[in-house]
Design a binder for this molecule. Structure first.
Ligand code: BES
Ligand code: MG
Ligand code: ZN
Length: 517
């Protein structure tokens, strides 16, 4: 068979096309694309290992896909893709993606389910390629796991172009065939949950202030008003609750603080106590009087990543109708320098009466969380989990490979870990030694100081030890998500930008708790 490749321009877009099969030009609205998967064979093995959907497609085009794959290059490796045109009249554009080896499972070294992760990587790659070709409707091969395929598609297609005049084409991915549609829909909700966190984190801080954040979340909950009650507590309420540590951070800013509280009721029986999620919501962290260097400071618009992932988790739990009760708590404020701002050496009093010497105003996350954690205990939580972009030191320790988890509970650790193996958004356990507690409980003027005595060493651990001073719950975990806040290209199915991690892991964790007897 003779195949001619040539470059043609359709509506101003240059692309390669195949003359043999291309029948007539298609309008952009009717253009449909398809993503199909192929597995990698063993060494020295020829032939192509199609997924069920790809095999059936190949049969419907009389083996032309096999031919094309064989002549177009070496076998597709994991995460690599190749686009073909005009093979099938219903799908003028076809992206074939490499799924890696078939039958792989949980990898003991990587601490994730390689099969699910490979599907996310491959599907996202295929979807992105078709999006770049401005194909508006894309069908996706379930690749044996509709949920992971949907997650890969929804996460891969995310683009934050709110403030750009030229926007990327909006692509709606759909399941190809009639495989497990329920699992596909679940994957869409998981992916959309993480994308909500990504857009909140990515948004500029002048557009997402504490007030706007709270209003946006309230709006996201509007379809679930039968299951969710939301309170946007103003400064006067925060004062009446004697949250002196939280107020000491917000006082430097012109933007008023908001204490956002969400109650999702998904279980009729409330005897177990709710899962309480607490998220750091610093909508911009300049460092305050202990001002940060200007280079890279723009990234501190995402210092509400904890709040974003907690709120997105609860929105997703509501959409999934998880049979569990969850309370979300997010102290929201800006950390700014001004004539009113807290100064190094100032002493403030937290809700539980403990006094804190603020030696560094840039260690503000632990201050706002101190009060939020105290308040969280009033709900007698079954489990208390907080997420915070807390320390640069966490990024030094693990980079973006995993969220650091500091927990006083093996029970909780097991469940968080199990969830992360499924989602591929990993966690790694970190220590809560007395060694670190000693470093934050020594202060010239107060009960605690807000930075470790040996600052510069084990910063993520001393921050966790500080938070522990405000915890009495038996099952508490602090997730330091500073390292996973952004993505360059480490996670292939997330674009460069704010990551929205670890939303899917929190959703999976909540789903796991919900399904426990
Ligand atoms: N929001 C930062 C931590 C951070 C850094 C998050 C980089 C994401 C990326 C936090 O408020 C902070 O400034 N922490 C200080 C603590 C220090 C002063 C003890 C830090 O990590 O430098
Ligand atoms: Mg800071
Ligand atoms: Zn911060």
């Amino acid at each position: 068979m003779l195949i001619h490749f040539r470059k043609v321009s359709i509506y101003g877009i240059w692309r390669h096309t195949c003359r043999s099969f291309c029948v007539s030009p298609v309008t952009s609205s009717s253009r449909k694309g398809l993503v199909l998967g192929v597995y990698e064979g063993d060494k020295d093995e020829d032939g192509i290992h199609f997924t069920d959907a790809a095999a059936s497609f190949d049969r419907s085009v009389s083996g032309k896909l096999t031919e094309m794959l064989l002549i177009s290059g070496p076998p597709l490796k994991r995460g690599k893709s190749r686009v073909f045109y005009g093979l099938h009249q219903d799908f003028p554009s076809l992206a074939v993606v490499g799924l890696g080896k078939k039958g792989v499972g949980v990898c003991g070294k990587e601490n994730w389910d390689s099969c699910r992760e490979n599907i996310r990587v491959a599907v996202s790659m295929g979807c992105k390629q078709l999006q770049d070709l401005e194909v508006p409707h894309v069908e996706v091969d379930p690749c044996g796991d509709s949920q992971s395929a949907a997650e890969g598609a929804v996460l891969g297609l995310f683009e934050y172009d709110e403030f750009k005049s030229k926007k990327k084409i909006h692509v709606t991915p759909q399941l190809h065939g009639s495989a497990d549609t329920q699992a596909w829909q679940k994957g869409v909700l998981y992916g959309e949950g993480q994308n909500l966190a990504r857009s909140l984190m990515e948004a500029p801080a002048n557009h997402v202030t504490p007030t706007v954040f709270a209003d946006t979340i309230e709006q996201k909950f509007s379809p679930f008003s039968d299951r969710v009650v939301i309170h946007k507590r103003p400064k006067s309420w925060i004062e009446s609750e004697q949250m002196g540590a939280f107020l000491s951070v917000s006082r430097g800013s012109e933007e008023p603080p908001v204490f956002l509280e969400m109650h999702y009721t998904g279980a009729p029986d409330s005897s177990k106590g709710p899962l309480v999620l607490v998220g750091k919501g610093v909508t911009f962290d300049s460092g305050g009087i202990s001002l940060k260097p200007s280079s890279g400071m723009d990234a501190m618009r995402a210092d509400m990543g904890g709040a974003a992932s907690v709120c997105s988790t609860i929105v997703t739990a509501a959409a999934l109708q998880l049979p569990i009760n969850i309370i979300g708590i997010t102290p929201l404020c800006e950390n700014m320098p001004s004539g009113k701002a807290t100064k190094p050496g100032d002493v403030v009093r937290a809700k539980n009466g403990k006094t804190i010497q603020v030696d560094n105003t840039d260690a503000e996350g632990r201050l706002i969380l101190a009060d939020a954690l105290c308040y969280a205990h009033t709900f007698k939580p079954r489990a208390l989990v907080n997420a915070a972009t807390l320390t640069g030191a966490m990024n030094v320790a693990l980079g973006s490979a995993a969220t650091g988890v500091f927990t006083n509970s093996d029970w909780l650790w097991e469940r968080l870990y199990k969830a992360s193996v499924i989602t591929g958004d990993r966690v790694w356990r970190m220590p809560l030694f007395q060694h670190y507690t000693r470093q934050v409980t020594e202060s010239m003027l107060a009960d605690l100081n807000n930075i470790g005595k040996y600052s510069g060493t084990a910063g993520a651990c001393t921050a966790a030890a500080f938070l522990q001073e405000f915890v009495t719950a038996n099952h508490w975990a602090h997730l330091d998500i500073a390292g996973v806040m952004t993505n360059k290209d480490e996670v292939p199915y997330l674009r460069k930008g704010m990551s929205g991690r670890p939303t899917r892991t929190l959703v999976e964790f909540a789903a796991g708790l919900a399904s426990e007897p």
